[in-house]
Design a protein around this ligand. Structure first.
Ligand SMILES: [Fe+2]
Length: 242
């Protein structure tokens, strides 16, 4: 008898059917597949991935229990995409970071968060490890039950996330994963930033300066185990020669 597939299993197959990436590192997808994946992500709940079972085990770790570390539950990944959960304690912030060349889908499954998103508008200065960029900032509050948020290589590619009113958790799907290599070179490492004031454009638009910094000392994660339904590993041919 054929077994019923879980929502998360079906979602992961849809993720891998959606994202294709070329050897040059550009992620590609067609709108129909993306819309289908987005609908599935929008409907996913904490119960669908047995979040509380993972949290119970993570609370045994002092760094997580004492609300110092962010929780991180890896669900599955391959070289096209990764799917994981981050857990923030009340008022805890994931610092401003980027997702170079990546598409990201962020779905809150527990509590509420405030997301500051920044869209790149130009460099003030470009130096390895200490660039300064100008961005357009948007702020939104997103709760469990709300639709997922999407970032792309050119839109809202930088963000910070803070938990409001208590513990919050969100599912994070990224394509391609961080530290993807193209011809032996890193395509996308994670860089961190802090706000450094504003600048006014001649047209009156206010842009926010982001100053690149090293990884913040007070940001670290405790790894939790995924306790949800079994996920079949699908390996479609997602490479393309274009
Ligand atoms: Fe992120």
């Amino acid at each position: 008898m054929a077994s019923l597939k879980s929502k998360v299993d079906v979602l992961w197959k849809q993720v891998l059917d959606t994202f294709k990436w070329s050897q040059t590192g550009a992620v590609r997808y067609d709108e129909e597949n993306f819309a289908s994946m987005k609908r599935q992500v929008d409907a996913l709940t904490a119960e669908d991935i047995s979040l509380e079972a993972s949290l119970s085990q993570m609370r045994l770790h002092p760094g997580f229990r004492n609300e110092e570390a962010v929780g991180n539950i890896h669900i599955c990944s391959n070289d096209a995409a990764t799917m994981q959960v981050f857990v923030l304690h009340r008022d805890q912030q994931m610092p401003i970071h980027d997702h170079p060349h990546m598409i990201g889908i962020l779905k809150v499954i527990k509590g509420c968060v405030r997301i500051n998103s920044y869209t790149f508008k130009g460099y003030e200065s470009k130096k390895p490890g200490s660039s300064v960029i100008h961005t357009l900032k948007q702020t939104s509050e997103v709760c469990k039950g709300d639709p997922a948020c999407v970032l792309t290589p050119s839109e809202r590619n930088f963000h910070s996330i803070v938990a409001l009113n208590g513990e919050a958790a969100f599912l994070d799907i990224l394509s391609p994963p961080y530290f993807t290599k193209i011809d032996g070179q890193d395509l996308n490492v994670c860089n961190y930033y802090r706000e450094g004031g504003t600048v006014s454009r001649p047209d009156g638009e206010i842009l926010v300066r982001l100053e690149e910094i090293g990884p913040p000392d007070d940001y670290w994660t405790v790894k939790g185990n995924y306790k949800g339904p079994h996920i079949e590993q699908y390996f479609p041919n997602h490479h393309s020669s274009s």
